[in-house]
Design a protein around this ligand. Structure first.
Ligand code: GLN
Length: 394
């Protein structure tokens, strides 16, 4: 048989989602793929039940149901701070995943260069390959995950057409400051580049950090493609609803990509989710308070059992440093992937190996998340205590 597409053969399946499958096979507590174990808000469920009988059950308008696009435009105006036209500047997608892929395919021709921070959410690698773009990686350097602006300027000078920014940043929890965003914005304007921004954790930002959307900075709405999702904000990752907001000429092109990739996002779920996007600000405040509490519980737990970790300013991810374990004789020479697989089997907790997020050869970090009930967080910490105890044994 002839070889299959070189493009598709050149990347693996998602390690994040593979860890979920292994976790499920062993019945572990899954702190790998980020999704909540609690229900969506009641009004969304009530709306979904009603939709079952009242419809719609057929295609929506390919670029999103009118009422949902209007609700998205309303939320964008309230939270990001400027008005967008729901007819020309909003595209409803199948999750943030399709939003990102649409944005990349809309911006890039084969051979175009795109700046991507490392560590990065693993989809961006595949997005770049599938759209033919060549990623240029810019390190976010731990522990503060700072970056060298000079490298970004170098990338733009070398012809990068766009830069991908995940803010707050999966997996490292960085929330970009106004100064950092303004510095990048100045370069994007100077070199006439696009910014593709992934904002799916916008409501999981912990004081004193503050979420600022790149598109809200002066001169940036016209060159920023905002990708977002309803998954995390309304605890509906399985509904596969996301969106793109951007300049009308860009969104018009993105609509074409979306039209031929998926035709549209699920119509009944769009209808039910519209209720959520029309929630008042209290909803987002409560969501933030909920995750602030979970973050504290999880980080306090990690401190209590003595696992070293970063302190995320945003998202629900925590990077745990496993260097001390890899220095033990029983783990000598292990990869972080082998360690995570062992952890699922022997400790009963699933994490994602850090190497799947870094361009650089990083093998000493694993990513865990705390989008779990308090009881599950406590049980996970108990189990991780058994792991930490390995370091006490002389
Ligand atoms: N963003 C989530 C994570 O990093 C997963 C999203 C997905 O699997 N589509 O775990």
């Amino acid at each position: 048989m002839k070889a299959l597409s070189r493009r598709v053969c050149s990347f693996t399946d998602s390690v994040i989602r593979r860890m979920t499958r292994i976790s499920d096979a062993y019945g572990a507590i899954n702190l790998s793929q980020g999704f909540p174990d609690f229900d969506p808000p009641r009004p969304l469920l009530d709306a979904l039940a009603k939709v079952a009988y009242d419809g719609p059950h057929q295609y929506s308008v390919t670029y999103g149901a009118q009422n949902l696009r209007e609700a998205i435009a309303g939320k964008h105006a309230r939270t990001v701070g400027y008005a967008v036209d729901p007819d020309t500047q909003v595209l409803v997608t199948c999750g943030g995943t399709e939003a990102m892929m649409c944005a990349m395919m809309t911006v890039c021709d084969p051979g175009d260069k795109v700046l991507v921070f490392s560590p990065f959410y693993e989809n961006y690698g595949a997005d770049a390959i599938l759209s033919g773009a060549e990623p240029i990686y810019v390190p976010l350097v731990p522990p503060a995950y700072d970056f060298d602006l000079g490298l970004i300027e170098q990338g733009f000078r070398d012809g990068a057409k766009a830069m991908v920014i995940c803010n707050p940043s999966n997996p490292c929890g960085k929330v970009f400051t106004r100064k950092e965003l303004s510095d990048i914005a100045a370069l994007a304007i100077q070199y006439d580049a696009y910014i593709i921004t992934d904002e799916v954790y916008e409501h999981m930002v912990y004081a004193p950090a503050e979420h600022i959307c790149m598109a809200a900075l002066p001169g940036m709405a016209e060159r920023t493609i905002v990708c977002n999702s309803l998954s995390k904000t309304f605890s509906i990752t399985g509904w596969r609803l996301g969106y793109v907001v951007g300049p009308a000429d860009v969104v018009e092109m993105a609509k074409k990509v979306h039209d031929f990739l998926t035709v549209g996002a699920p119509a009944p779920l769009q209808e039910a989710a519209t209720v959520g996007l029309n929630f008042a600000e209290d909803y987002y405040r409560e969501l933030n308070a909920l995750y602030t509490k979970k973050r504290k519980r999880f980080l306090d737990g990690l401190d209590r059992i003595g696992l070293k970790h970063n302190i995320p300013e945003g998202t629900y991810f925590v990077m745990v440093d496993i260097s001390d374990f890899l220095a033990l004789p029983q783990f000598a020479g292990w990869t972080d992937l082998a360690f995570c697989e062992w952890m699922i089997r022997e400790i009963g907790v699933a994490a994602v190996p850090g190497s799947s997020f870094f361009r650089e050869p990083v093998n000493h970090l694993i990513r865990l998340h705390f989008a779990r009930s308090e009881a599950t967080i406590d049980e996970a910490i108990d189990r991780l205590g058994k792991l930490a105890a390995l370091l006490d044994t002389p």
